[in-house]
Design a protein around this ligand. Structure first.
Ligand SMILES: NC(=O)C1=CN([C@@H]2O[C@H](COP(=O)(O)OP(=O)(O)OC[C@H]3O[C@@H](n4cnc5c(N)ncnc54)[C@H](OP(=O)(O)O)[C@@H]3O)[C@@H](O)[C@H]2O)C=CC1
Ligand SMILES: [Fe+3]
Length: 460
């Protein structure tokens, strides 16, 4: 990605007023990209390089000097060099004395070295104030200005003033600094860009596991069983019929699992009589991936909607309906209109539509751009209150669907009791705990409830 910065938008006299001089060691991709971005934001940049000659790749207006000369020009030095080349910095200890050294480096593997790169830098140059920052921002994002996905810059360091200076630079570049604490945290910050969707792992594995289990269940029950005992080949069910059973079941279970840790946590708080104690680790982790669980659930619900919409154009469905009509003609009788069936069918679809609409609304409000524009109370209102309404509507949709099938056993012979029941267990548990146990207790102080529980248990 060798970009020629002199060809990019020129830095004119209208550019923001020059602030302070910042030195960047290394004229590689990242050093140049960061330098260019900082110059756009009004900083004056001096590069420290092994080759102190300005080339066409260097942003126009930036100076290129030797490492020692460049370091003398500024109190802040950004080290945009790979860790394995840090050795030469030990020779610059004198000139770097008391200066802020910003470590931006990443590794190729998680926990590649025993100590973090930033701590290693601090050992090499003991007199400098080392701050870790910018490693989660890519050179490409800095150049193209598309920083939406990586606006957060984790910052850590042992010197709070040095950290403040770096966080001010981060803010000036239009990014959001997140103070992570001391330099001990540098290791986590360095591992962060190497992690592959850490929060998504559990929801994705869980949904894949549930899908596979229900898929094989349906496969055995709807296709293999019927082939063996009835001699009929329904193998084409794997294309739409079975996925359309698996998707709503997985979606509903996942949606319920978004709200289950919340009620478990509430029960734990009620039981302990305080909300100031730590949750067990597994509960913490579960709570942290609720958004991802919800989004995976939404994806399954979306698939269910698509599979359902194509039902009328399916050959098999048209063939069955035609057969039903022809059999009525042949026997010269018309089934009377059944008002109850009409109600059940419409209310089941209506509940599904409303549930899916709220589900989409929940998904949209969880997007960072939307959640940033609402306050905490509004966010809680949508995610918690509307979330429960969505869960109630989707559970009711599934319940009425079951009712419809129970009422028409002749039409739906291979109805799925076990999978269907399983899909209802988790949401029902969540809703019962929430509305029977947790909700009525919320107005009372936790200690009062705890005392009540203790009195009851000692009395019994
Ligand atoms: N590229 C990216 O998107 C990101 C990179 N980073 C981190 O930024 C740092 C730089 O990355 P990047 O710019 O991509 O890497 P490059 O390989 O493009 O550049 C590294 C620079 O380091 C200098 N250098 C190389 N060898 C030595 C040496 N033996 N002694 C002294 N200086 C040397 C060179 O500068 P010169 O020739 O001027 O001396 C070289 O241009 C890395 O630590 C990386 O992990 C962090 C986030 C994102
Ligand atoms: Fe449905």
């Amino acid at each position: 990605m060798k970009n020629n910065f002199s060809n990019m938008v020129p830095l004119t006299e209208d550019s923001p007023k020059k602030q302070e001089t910042v030195c960047i060691f290394g004229t590689g991709d990242f050093g140049r990209s960061l330098g260019y971005k900082m110059m756009q934001c009004g900083y004056s940049i001096v590069f420290g390089s092994r080759n102190a000659q300005t080339s066409s790749l260097i942003p126009k207006g930036a100076e290129v000097l030797s490492h020692t000369e460049a370091a003398q020009k500024s109190g802040i030095i950004i080290v945009a060099i790979q860790r394995q080349h840090y050795n030469f910095l030990a020779e610059l200890t004198e000139v770097l004395q008391g200066k802020i050294l910003v470590d931006v480096s990443n590794n190729l593997k998680i926990n590649q070295y025993p100590e973090s790169n930033a701590e290693y830098l601090a050992l090499l140059v003991p007199g400098a104030k080392v701050v870790k920052a910018f490693n989660t921002v890519s050179a490409w994002a800095l150049q193209s200005g598309t920083l939406d996905a990586s606006r957060q810059v984790f910052v850590c360091g042992d010197d709070s003033n040095a950290k403040q200076v770096v966080m001010d630079i981060v803010r000036t570049l239009g990014l959001t600094p997140l103070d992570q604490g001391s330099l001990l945290l540098a290791k986590d910050i360095e591992n962060y860009p190497l992690q592959l969707f850490p929060m998504w792992k559990f929801p994705i594995y869980l949904s894949l596991g549930l899908s596979a289990a229900f898929f094989f269940y349906c496969l055995i029950r709807d296709i293999i069983y019927r082939y063996v005992y009835e001699g009929k080949d329904f193998s084409f069910f794997v294309a739409i019929s079975i996925p359309n059973r698996v998707c709503p079941i997985v979606a509903l279970i996942l949606l319920a699992l978004v709200y289950l840790p919340g009620v478990i946590a509430a029960i734990l708080q009620l039981y302990r009589g305080t909300k100031y104690s730590r949750f067990p680790d597994w509960l913490d982790k579960w709570m942290l991936c609720r958004k991802q669980l919800g989004l995976v659930a939404l994806a399954f619900a979306f698939l269910h909607v698509l599979y359902t919409l194509v039902i009328p154009i399916r050959y098999y469905v048209r063939w069955r309906l035609n057969g039903y009509v022809i059999s009525q003609i042949n026997s010269n009788k018309t089934d009377p209109f059944n008002n109850v069936n009409g109600w059940i069918s419409d209310s089941y679809v209506a509940l599904g539509i409303l549930g899916f609409f709220l589900f989409v609304l929940l998904g949209i409000t969880s997007l960072p751009s939307v959640s940033n524009s609402v306050n905490w109370r509004e966010f809680r209102f949508v995610q918690s209150k509307l979330g429960y309404v969505t869960l109630i509507l989707c559970t009711a949709h599934t319940l009425v669907y079951g009712g419809k099938r129970f009422l028409n056993p002749s039409m739906y012979r291979w109805y799925l009791p076990a999978a269907y029941m399983l899909s209802l267990i988790v949401p029902c548990i969540v809703l019962v705990i929430k509305f029977v146990l947790v909700f009525p207790c919320l107005d009372r102080p936790l200690t009062q409830i705890r005392q009540g529980w203790e009195r009851n248990s000692s009395g019994s």
